[in-house]
Design a protein around this ligand. Structure first.
Ligand SMILES: Nc1ncnc2c1ncn2[C@@H]1O[C@H](COP(=O)(O)OP(=O)(O)OP(=O)(O)O)[C@@H](O)[C@H]1O
Ligand SMILES: O=P(O)(O)O[C@@H]1[C@H](O)[C@H](O)[C@@H](OP(=O)(O)O)[C@H](OP(=O)(O)O)[C@H]1O
Length: 276
């Protein structure tokens, strides 16, 4: 049975008769192919990535598993539409806290049209992308059974300044996070979620090491998803903190050159998190 995901934090959504992703109860995430070249570009990326023998196994785990494409009924009722069939990277979590961070100080690639570059450049300058090398695209933080999720709306997130980003990265790992909380975030989950040998920071550093070397792909406009489960931490279990990369509609060939745009943004995010 396909349904609209409960835990999508950014991107095109299935609502108001708009086509958007669907999930099933077997752990699959169906992302509709965009009709323009973005859809085919993402299929081409997953196809190439999943058959590339030069990708180390420990790096492969940062990417959703790819199960090809499938024609399924679109979420907007418009009929059969091709979808990427991906691993649903949040399906194993009960109440996942998730942050989508779009990496790179620029979200355009040099080969793009002038019009597209102009559109992206404007957004990069208005968001924190240009200044920080990354921007928060969406998030949800689980509070408690009673309070549910803190999921700031898109408009608020769009206007995040560098100072807001610093605060939100703290709120993401705090127990006193809620919509109207004026309290100083306690960061009580920081050491378990960000820290530790299996924490988010360790995973980002592992990714960084690969990006310092890989010249196969340039990941324009791609996001790092950070996911964990507060309930598990509170119950003394591991947070299950995971880093995944998503959104490969604008991946281009690396042509033997390091992806300095992604690498720089990743270093900046690492620095922000390591200071918490
Ligand atoms: N494999 C996945 N498993 C679970 N959730 C996912 C997966 N891929 C994406 N998501 C969710 O969907 C959101 C949007 O994903 P993505 O960026 O791929 O979509 P998009 O519509 O191409 O975005 P944009 O409009 O920014 O280009 C993510 O923030 C995340 O919440
Ligand atoms: O953040 P917002 O305001 O939702 O803006 C969207 C976001 O910037 C996407 O990255 C972009 O897709 P591309 O990166 O593929 O350009 C999309 O373009 P679209 O409206 O043409 O789909 C925008 O609408």
């Amino acid at each position: 049975m396909l349904k609209v995901p409960d835990h999508q934090v950014a991107g095109h959504r299935a609502c108001d008769e708009m086509i958007g992703p669907l999930v099933d109860d077997s752990g699959h995430f169906y992302k509709p192919l965009q009709n323009d070249e973005r859809g085919s570009a993402e299929v081409a990326f997953y196809t190439s990535f999943s058959s590339n023998n030069n990708i180390p196994n420990h790096i492969g785990r940062f990417f959703p598993l790819f199960h090809g494409t499938q024609l399924i009924e679109a979420s907007d009722g418009s009929g059969l539409h091709p979808h990427l069939v991906l691993q649903d990277v949040v399906s194993s979590y009960v109440n996942p806290s998730i942050m989508d961070v779009k990496i790179g100080s620029r979200t355009w690639y040099p080969e793009a049209s002038e019009e597209y570059i102009h559109k992206c450049f404007k957004k990069d300058r208005e968001s924190t992308s240009l200044a920080l090398g990354f921007m928060i695209s969406g998030l949800q933080v689980h509070g408690s059974e009673e309070s549910g999720f803190w999921k700031p709306d898109k408009k608020l997130i769009k206007n995040f300044t560098s100072k807001d980003v610093r605060l939100v990265l703290r709120k993401f790992v705090s127990s006193n996070t809620s919509a109207d909380s004026g309290m100083d975030p306690d960061c009580s989950f920081a050491s378990t979620v960000y820290g530790g040998s299996a924490g988010i920071l360790a995973q980002l550093l592992e990714l960084k090491e690969w990006f310092e070397d890989q010249t196969i792909f340039h990941f324009c406009s791609c996001s790092v998803l950070m996911i964990y489960d507060k309930d598990s931490v509170s119950k003394g279990r591991s947070s299950g903190a995971e880093v995944k990369l998503v959104d490969f509609t604008h991946v281009v060939e690396g042509k033997g050159i390091i992806d300095h745009n992604f690498l720089g943004g990743l270093c900046s995010l690492i620095k922000f998190i390591s200071e918490i």
